[in-house]
Design a protein around this ligand. Structure first.
Ligand SMILES: Cc1ncc(COP(=O)(O)O)c(C=O)c1O
Length: 512
């Protein structure tokens, strides 16, 4: 095995298998292609016959390759192919909140968080949609931070006079946006604290308490929380796991709901379903919002994670420019570049002046430091290289996670592998409660994100979001096995479950 392949204390057969899993996930080895023979593996990687054979057997057990008698091993189609696809929504009209479950999204989220806090430090977090810290280029960022401090020792004083965003950041983001088909004047760009502040400001600018905001169903719970704390009402619109929000249902809502003031969409890798809105839908969505006078808030935090041959154009690319703009564009570097910087940005079309005023009133000056770090990074060749690496690694992790779902979860589990991103959205067989699974998994040292976090309609009790942000280690695989056993137990098919955390923390209960 060459020096670059031999980087950890992972057994050598696992390292060998990981190398080929990566090649399969990146497409350099296609389904149906013949794998190198045992002898070829020995020569190529300088490993023993046993290691080569173990590596191939491990790949077979993972569902990556299949053995054909007397011929050798061949690459299999992606593991999720054996799982039924996610279903389209059954209804085409706005979904009512279910009063039995509508305790308020903030109360529900707080309850889930509190339970996790009480459970103490957990060995396995499959609940947070975040790339593992090892996927970020900390060395490059440290180097840049040092050179910035040398060049501008006074960087930590207040930046340009409030409320303006740093001009270097505005210029950099305008150039960055041009790269994906969005032409924005630098002066129309505002820095924000993550994507979250962008969405918050947008809601403050376009609606007042009692107004209604349409959202995808299911949707990112942060959007539901932001709507609720402002005294607004979320109207959930059925959304396809493949193409996003149903525009027919949105139009119905626009005709019948007089207090509907805006729409929030996540067009690229919608959270949690992972859909990507086709261009024709984006165009129709903008036209619809113009026709009914609705503000369109675009949360574009995952665009760079989509696997495509060309950059995808955001919905705002179909907006009318300048003052007439109906689309409030929000994005952030939180997932793609450096989560700790919390560097987001927005361009609010006709609401730009109001957004700037609200921003100044709420947080006053922006942090110059992170704006400059972001400005000097996003247009560099290193940023593109980092994104390519990030996408390839996440693709591998999604594939591995999907294979584990196919292997360990009960029959009837549905999953459509999204074309990018950090998580999987699963429909579990009817009869499984993901709220109960959340409690049981916590006892086993595993955190998950249950379906009810993503809606107020009570429709997603048997759904689950699992993060694929971290490398797929044997510990992660063990977590999937444990979740599968817990579900089998809920369906009355299981035996006792040996908890992952018990293997690591023997003081915990033996089984649940
Ligand atoms: C769709 C979506 N929007 C916004 C955010 C939060 O973004 P930020 O951390 O930049 O505020 C998340 C985080 O999970 C998300 O999934």
């Amino acid at each position: 095995m060459t020096r670059s392949e031999n980087r950890s204390d992972t057994p050598r057969y696992r390292q060998l298998a990981a190398l080929y899993e990566q090649a399969i996930a990146s497409g350099s080895l296609q389904p149906g292609m013949r794998m190198p023979s045992v002898r070829e593996l020995c020569q190529r990687h300088q490993v023993s016959l046993t290691t080569a054979l173990q590596g191939l057997r491990h790949l077979e057990a993972q569902g990556c390759v299949e053995a054909r008698e007397r011929v050798g091993y061949f690459v299999r189609a992606p593991g999720s192919a054996s799982l039924p696809r996610a279903r389209e929504p059954e209804v085409c009209e706005p979904l009512p909140s279910d009063p039995r479950v509508f305790a308020g999204i903030n109360e529900r989220i707080s309850l889930f968080l509190e339970k996790a806090r009480l459970a103490g430090p957990l060995p396995l977090d499959l609940g947070s949609a975040m790339p593992a810290p090892s996927l970020f280029d900390a060395t490059a960022l440290n180097r840049l931070a040092h050179s910035l401090l040398r060049e501008q020792p006074d960087i930590l004083v207040y930046g340009p006079s409030a409320p303006t965003t740093h001009p270097e950041f505005q210029q950099a983001m305008a150039r960055h946006a041009l790269g994906f088909g969005l032409s924005l004047a630098p002066s129309d760009i505002s820095a924000t604290l993550g994507n979250s502040e962008g969405v918050n400001l947008a809601l403050d600018a376009v609606a007042e308490p009692g107004d209604v905001i349409a959202v995808e169903s299911p949707t990112f719970f942060g959007i539901l929380q932001a709507i609720e704390v402002r005294g607004l009402r979320a109207l959930e619109i059925p959304s396809s796991p493949h193409t996003g929000m149903s525009l027919e249902a949105l139009e119905l809502a626009a005709r019948n709901e007089p207090r509907l003031k805006g729409v929030v969409v996540v067009p690229h890798l919608q959270m949690p379903q992972g859909s990507v809105m086709p261009d024709a839908h984006k165009q129709r969505l903008v036209a619809l919002c113009v026709e009914y006078g609705l503000a369109l808030v675009e949360d574009d935090i995952y665009r760079e994670f989509v696997e495509t041959s060309h950059p995808l154009r955001p919905v705002k690319a179909w907006d009318r420019p300048g003052d007439a703009g109906q689309v409030i564009y929000c994005a952030s570097l939180s997932k793609s570049f450096a989560p700790g910087l919390r560097q987001g940005w927005m361009s609010a079309g006709r609401w730009q002046a109001r957004v700037q005023m609200l921003k100044f009133a709420s947080t006053r000056n922006m942090q110059t430091w992170s704006q400059l770090l972001a400005a000097r990074s996003v247009n560099s060749p290193g940023y593109e290289r980092h994104l390519r690496r990030l996408r390839a690694q996440l693709r591998l992790q999604r594939e591995q996670s999907a294979r584990a779902v196919a292997r360990y979860f009960p029959q009837g589990t549905r999953l459509s592998l999204p074309p990018g991103g950090l998580s999987l959205w699963l429909e579990l067989p009817v009869g499984i409660s993901s709220t109960r699974l959340y409690d049981q998994a916590l006892q086993c040292g595993i955190r998950i994100a249950p379906g009810p976090m993503f809606s107020n309609t009570g429709r997603y009790e048997h759904f689950l979001r699992l993060s694929c942000g971290m490398p797929f280690t044997p510990q992660v695989e063990e977590g999937y096995r444990t979740l599968g056993e817990l579900m089998a137990q809920q369906l009355g098919q299981g035996r006792g479950v040996t908890c992952l955390s018990r293997l690591l923390y023997p003081g915990l209960p033996e089984a649940v």
